[in-house]
Design a protein around this ligand. Structure first.
Ligand code: GDP
Length: 454
């Protein structure tokens, strides 16, 4: 494999910026651009886990002072020889150093190339490689804990345990089917079915925690919707803790969508305050309202705001219906005023309801609890195995479905051969989940989502 290089730190002025070089010729290439101050030392002659202080050059011209860290295969992140040049963190300096390294023989590393090599060299399974991106993107304590736990291989351990149960049952079934003369006792169908059911349950439990895990790891696209003047902007500002949307007593001032990220408990909500949902003849407002409806349709969470001081109207009812089957919390606002809305209607349409006064900042705790409850994150266990990507979720679902088929096949008296086909499907899906048996296309897709330098 060619030797690759990339800037591994963000493109911004900072204390230190790192150029990472990995591959067979990493030390040789680094020696062409780096000269340690202690004369006579060459990176090629240095042991792994050692460092040299010196200067980086480009065609004889000094570019920067740097520390070169040497890692020797297989004891490096990628499993290959690696040199990391820690330079001063100027984006310009770093781009010049990278150019020098590329001129000295390295290839530019595509996105995720270093972690891909770590995976290909058996340093981590695919699920753990995906956790690397989760930890880079983590924006809260629970997200960090869950990502670190995933990086530690919690999911791999869990699926390995499930897989070994299926593999041993499948081996027994095959032996019984393939060697009828060997007097292998026929397996008890109900015992087999129980084992597969319990494996399926383990996988279904993982699947049921997926949405909550996504909410904690990646945050949730959240829309604040409601008719004009219900108090959407006031609520958004309250949650965001600062003035952002324009708050006015005139209906229809939030013409488009205002966005802001806020933390509610352990979850990051990417909030969008939409144009008030109402029928309108105003052309500009119409566009905003259209976008708002579309946003509600694809949001991960809807905070549907109702004005408790006004009787419900057709727009309110339309919103309630739009929220059916979605993760939504009804926010009954303005409870500081005499109630005129039909609370019972709202409660009949929403499982989670919070009565608040955005104006007086009351009821926000109830709203936060309702948000955590609807997202299933209130008792989120950061130490358990977690499916962290849609790819993993699909593999897990496929494995669970195959186990379900196996149980059906057993109870309906089908041959053990037929049961074995389902078992093979489950095993293949679990191997794909951890990346132990996966197509190159899938691997490339996974790493294409990484950043360059990781
Ligand atoms: P939006 O059109 O839904 O974004 O509504 P705004 O947030 O702009 O609020 C409309 C009006 O209602 C403003 O005058 C707010 O001050 C007022 N308002 C918002 N929340 C409350 C509340 O909880 N109680 C009272 N009394 N007024 C509120």
């Amino acid at each position: 494999m060619s030797t690759v290089a990339a800037i591994a730190t963000p493109c911004a002025a900072s204390g230190i910026g790192i150029i990472r070089i990995s591959g067979e010729d990493a030390l040789l290439i680094a020696d062409r651009v780096f000269s340690p101050f202690s004369s006579g030392t060459k990176l090629c002659d240095m042991k792994g886990y050692s460092a040299a202080y010196g200067r980086v050059f480009s065609e004889g011209k000094p570019l920067d002072e740097a520390v070169a860290l040497v890692f020797r295969a297989p004891k490096s992140y990628t499993g290959e020889d690696v040199v990391e040049l820690s330079c001063h963190g100027s984006p310009f300096v770093l781009s010049q150093v990278l150019r020098a390294v590329l001129s000295a023989g390295a290839q530019p590393a595509p996105a995720g190339e270093f972690t891909k090599r770590a995976y290909l060299n058996g340093k981590l399974d695919l699920a753990r490689a995906e956790a690397v991106m989760n930890i880079i993107g983590s924006q809260g304590e629970d997200a960090r804990c869950a990502a670190l736990n995933a990086l530690d291989g919690a999911l791999g351990k869990k699926t390995q345990a499930v897989r070994s149960v299926i593999v041993s049952a499948a081996a027994n079934m095959s032996a019984w089917v393939d060697y009828p003369d060997e007097e292998i006792p026929e397996l008890d169908r109900s015992t087999l079915a129980e084992a597969f059911s319990s494996c399926e349950n383990e996988l279904r439990t993982l699947l049921s925690g997926f949405d909550a895990g996504q909410a904690v790891l990646s945050g949730v696209d959240t829309v604040i919707a409601g008719r004009p003047n219900a108090g959407k902007s006031t609520l958004m500002n309250l949650l965001a803790g600062r003035e952002l949307s324009i708050v006015t007593p005139f209906a229809g001032t939030t013409r488009d969508i205002v966005e802001q990220s806020v933390r509610v408990g352990n979850i990051l909500l990417r909030l969008a305050d939409t144009a008030g949902l109402r029928s309108t003849e105003d052309e500009v407002e119409k566009i905003g309202v259209g976008r708002a409806f579309e946003r509600v349709g694809r949001a991960g969470l809807v905070l549907a705001v109702f004005d408790s001081a006004e009787p419900l109207n057709a727009d309110d009812m339309r919103l309630a219906q739009l929220c059916a089957g979605k993760k939504a919390v009804a926010v009954i606002n303005k409870t500081d005023l005499p109630p005129r809305a039909d609370f019972e209607y709202i409660k009949a349409h929403f499982k989670y309801v919070a009565e608040i006064s955005a104006f007086e900042d009351s009821g926000i705790d109830t709203l936060e609890n309702a948000i955590e409850a609807v997202l299933g994150t209130e008792n989120f266990d950061t130490s358990g195995a977690l499916l962290t990507t849609e790819r993993q979720r699909m593999c897990c679902e496929k494995a669970a479905d195959c186990l379900n088929e196996a149980v059906d096949a057993l109870s309906s008296g089908m041959t053990l051969d037929a049961v074995n086909v389902s078992c093979d499907g489950a095993i293949a899906a679990l191997l794909e989940l951890t990346g132990e048996s996966v197509s190159e296309t899938v691997v490339n897709e996974v790493f294409a989502q990484f950043c360059v330098g990781k």
